[in-house]
Design a protein around this ligand. Structure first.
Ligand code: HH2
Length: 266
């Protein structure tokens, strides 16, 4: 899953693709590099980000989604917590709703997904972006994230969403310390055991910089790859990344290594 941030303030690439032409060009490049899905977002979720109005968010993402969906090279996902933005994005050609609030901010999002037959990614976040990094605490981060995702999956299914269309995401960096992120990655198999595809979004996140001697956003690709390879080995199946080519190569090699079938007869 390649990230297309149509925002001025995303934590690692804010402002680079705010212009629709630049965002489309970036999306096409990510498809050429091997992305199966493009995750288009018009509002940053970084800690303390300024909220964006519904009209502004729609204006940012819709022209980009329309053009990328027409091109047909990849499935389009809309990264939003707003019902009206998700509805417009699905009409414009998106087929997956990536809601970092897991339908908590707008519960009617579940009915929209059910009615349209779209897929959805439900992510764990402690509270909301503005305050999530203020001293996050858990008794056992993995059990709590797992219980949350199970509850959100049950909610989605009760709203009429086919369970087969739901992906789950532990929400790396969303209300978590470095140690919380590492514990979730270490015990990712417990999240995979829920039985739905698991999405991991560790790309360029701050814990990678902290662990590697204070690297800034543009220098976190090696850490991103290390995390994704370990997550693959523990059963994750979707990797949300900014740097598609390099992650795709690393994951192809890692997948060939862990699979018992790859290479047979070759
Ligand atoms: N992370 C970000 C945004 N959306 N969605 C899922 N499912 N999982 C994630 O880990 C995730 C996500 C944050 O990354 P980015 O989009 O690059 O930054 P920003 O929110 O500042 O735009």
């Amino acid at each position: 899953m390649g990230v297309v941030n149509v925002t001025p303030d995303s934590f690692s690439d804010g402002g680079l693709y705010l212009d629709a032409d630049a965002a489309v060009e970036h999306g096409l490049r990510l498809v050429a590099e091997g992305a199966d899905i493009l995750d288009v977002g018009g509002e940053s979720t970084r800690p303390g980000a300024e909220p964006v109005s519904e009209a502004e968010e729609r204006q940012r993402v819709l022209p980009v989604i329309e053009r990328l969906a027409q091109d047909g090279g990849a499935r389009i996902s809309i990264d939003t917590t707003k019902l009206a933005v998700a509805r417009a994005a699905l009409e414009a050609g998106a087929t997956l709703v990536n809601d970092v609030s897991a339908f908590r901010f707008e519960p009617a999002m579940a009915e929209l997904v059910a009615e349209t037959g779209a897929g959805c990614c439900l992510m764990h976040m402690l509270g909301e972006p503005r305050t999530m990094q203020q001293d996050p605490r858990y008794d056992d981060v993995v059990s709590e994230v797992k219980a949350f995702l199970e509850e959100r999956l049950a909610f989605a299914v009760s709203a009429g969403i086919d369970e087969e269309r739901v992906w789950l995401d532990p929400g790396i960096g969303f209300g978590k310390t470095v140690e919380h992120n590492l514990e979730l990655l270490r015990r990712l198999d417990e999240i995979v055991a829920i039985g739905r595809p698991v999405v991991v979004g560790a790309s360029r996140k701050s814990f990678l910089g902290k662990l590697a001697g204070g690297r800034d956003e543009g220098e976190r690709l090696p850490g991103t790859i290390a995390t994704n390879v370990l997550a693959l080995e523990r059963g994750a199946s979707v990797f949300r990344v900014h740097d598609v080519a390099q992650n795709a190569d690393a994951l192809a090699v890692a997948a060939a290594t862990v699979s018992r079938h790859v290479g047979e007869g070759a």
